[in-house]
Structures are given as structure tokens and as C-alpha cells.
Design a protein around this ligand. Structure first.
Ligand SMILES: Nc1ncnc2c1ncn2[C@@H]1O[C@H](COP(=O)(O)OP(=O)(O)OP(=O)(O)O)[C@@H](O)[C@H]1O
Length: 299
């Protein structure tokens, strides 16, 4: 076990921002902390990083109190973005690497590698203030892990990135994981969480509604999402046994079933012994589960 958070609570006067939160993250795992605005994600990150005290509970790293470990093993992309406006991209990365205990000569390979990987080659000598917002974010991202931390915390790393840069970041996160970096991140983009996370914690107003693997979360709901392409009218589908809801898409219907067992009789009815173009039974997406758990009106 690498990070272990046990019964952690954070109070601001009478307001409980994080309430008895517990989870563990294993080495080399990607763990997602999700929740609507104000759920307590940043507060949790700040407590892990010892930037804020816990009111109760303990946070351990490899069995040691997190506030007694060497800070250089940590990397952090804070929610509030900020780099030195007048410093060049390259100098910025050396600066943050050296700040985290690396020697300049040992950083060169990493700096060159990440500048190239994040397609910032032509910006290497540019002052940060002249970069677009997305490019500034990429620089800050690289700065958070240029010193090759063991444990990396990314607060909303995808916000503000276009789809191409989002893909660059996703593949970088997966590579860091494969090299053994333990990663904790927050995101409001559920598809990214779904793609990257091994385990996750779903927070609502400081309380964990679920902690565990993505598959276990999905299994709570079962395979109840049925997508069908058929000429059968919506009203008929809605009247079938076990159908809770029918949504009409561009050229298909999405049915919500009471449970998985209704799928076979519906298949038999819809196909009527013939070929059917589309019939697909799936778990709900994390986005759908999130909205169900926290309530769409609060998202
Ligand atoms: N210094 C503070 N004093 C009082 N309340 C605070 C303080 N910092 C945070 N809070 C409150 O604690 C709660 C959790 O805030 P936090 O920033 O952790 O949420 P979050 O999940 O990161 O939200 P977002 O997705 O909007 O970034 C919020 O209700 C916030 O207003």
C-alpha cells in the first residue's frame, strides 16, 4: 500500500468540508477523486500535501506520516494555475525541477523529452506570458512531474485543454503510471476518469458515496442500458416487460431496464428470430452513474 487516508475530516469552523474520508491507493495506480463543485476534492489534496491540516484522521505514505516524508517525492498540479510570466518555458521547467532537488544537468533529458512530447518545441524559448492558456497549462503540467515524483496529484488537469492535447495528457499519464508513478487526480470530465482510473472515490459534500474499482461501481447498477436499432415504435418498446425508460436517439433507442434479466426476452421479441442490426447491452457510463448518485441538479 502506498497512500492510506483514514477517517480524515476537515472542518472550517462548523462547516464540514471533508467528512471521515478513507481510501487507499496502491503503487502505480491511477485513482480518481470525483464530485461536484465544492465536494471537497481540493481540500483533500491539500491535506495530503500537508498544505492544510486535517481536523481528524491520518494520512500515511508507505506507513509513514505524510508530513514526515521527503517532499521531493511529491508532484502537484494545483487548481489555481500559475507559472512565472516572464520566464521562458525551458527555464521554467529547469526551475521547478531544481526546486524539487534535481540537478540541472540531470534534468536536460526530461525537459527535452516532455517539451517534444507536448509539442512545445517552437515555444521553448518563449516567455510563458506569450503562450496560449492551454500551452501555459501544459508547461505547468510538465513542471508538476519534471522531477519524476513517486506520487503525483493533478487537480483538474484536463480543464482548458483541446481534444488533441487532452489525448497527449492521457497518454502521458498512462506512461507515468507504467513507470510506477502513483497518480491521484480530479476531473469533471467523466469520460477521462473512466478511461484512466483503476479506482475512484465519489464525493458528495465531503462524504464518500463510493470508493472502489470502476467495475464494482458499474456492477452496482448492472448491465441495464440497452441500445437497439429497430423499426418498432417507441410506445411498444416502452410497454415491454422490465423497461423503465426509452430515449430516442438519431437512429436508435436507448432503453433502461429494471435489470439485466429482461434483455433476453426483449431480444427475442425485437429480433423475432431474424437478424437485428444493433442490440447492445451495457453498463451505465460513469457520467450517467455520477448524475444518478449525486443528482443531476447538483452537478
Ligand atoms: N478556507 C476555507 N474556509 C472555509 N471554507 C472553505 C475553505 N476552503 C474550502 N472551503 C469550502 O470547503 C468546501 C470544499 O471545497 P473544495 O475546494 O475542496 O471543493 P472541490 O471539490 O475542490 O470543488 P471544485 O470542483 O469547485 O474545485 C467548499 O464548500 C468550500 O467553500
Amino acid at each position: 500500500m502506498t497512500l492510506s487516508i483514514s477517517q480524515v475530516t476537515k472542518k472550517y469552523q462548523d462547516f464540514v468540508a471533508v467528512n471521515s474520508l478513507s481510501f487507499t491507493i496502491e503503487k502505480g495506480e491511477i485513482f480518481g477523486l470525483i464530485g461536484q463543485n465544492g465536494a471537497g476534492k481540493t481540500t483533500t489534496f491539500r491535506m495530503i500535501l500537508d498544505l492544510q491540516e486535517t481536523t481528524e484522521g491520518s494520512i500515511m505514505w508507505n506507513g509513514q506520516h505524510i508530513n514526515s516524508i521527503n517532499r521531493d517525492i511529491l508532484g502537484y498540479l494545483p487548481e489555481e494555475r500559475g507559472i512565472f510570466p516572464a520566464m521562458t518555458v525551458e527555464d521554467q521547467l529547469y526551475f521547478f525541477g531544481e526546486l524539487r532537488g534535481k540537478l540541472k544537468k540531470d534534468l536536460k533529458k526530461e525537459v527535452d523529452y516532455w517539451i517534444d512530447r507536448f509539442e512545445l518545441d517552437d515555444k521553448r524559448k518563449a516567455k510563458a506570458e506569450t503562450l496560449s492558456k492551454g500551452n501555459q497549462q501544459k508547461v505547468q503540467l510538465i513542471a508538476s512531474f519534471i522531477h519524476q515524483p513517486e506520487f503525483l496529484i493533478l487537480d483538474e488537469p484536463f480543464s482548458g485543454l483541446d481534444p488533441v492535447n487532452m489525448d497527449l495528457l492521457k497518454s502521458a499519464i498512462l506512461d507515468l503510471k507504467h513507470k510506477g508513478t502513483t497518480i491521484l487526480f480530479s476531473s469533471h470530465q467523466m469520460d477521462n476518469v473512466e478511461e484512466l482510473c483503476d479506482h475512484l472515490c465519489l464525493l458528495k459534500r465531503g462524504v464518500s458515496l463510493f470508493t472502489g474499482s470502476l467495475l464494482d461501481l458499474k456492477k452496482q447498477y448492472g448491465k441495464t442500458k440497452l441500445t437497439i436499432r429497430t423499426e418498432i415504435p417507441k410506445e411498444v418498446l416502452a410497454g415491454l416487460h422490465g423497461v423503465r425508460d426509452v430515449q430516442t436517439g438519431r437512429d436508435q433507442y436507448t432503453l433502461t431496464l429494471e435489470d439485466e434479466s429482461y434483455a433476453q426476452p426483449i431480444f427475442d421479441y425485437v429480433s423475432n428470430g431474424k437478424y437485428i442490426e444493433k442490440f447492445s447491452l451495457d453498463y451505465l457510463s460513469l457520467d450517467e452513474i455520477f448524475k444518478d448518485k449525486v443528482g443531476a441538479k447538483h452537478v
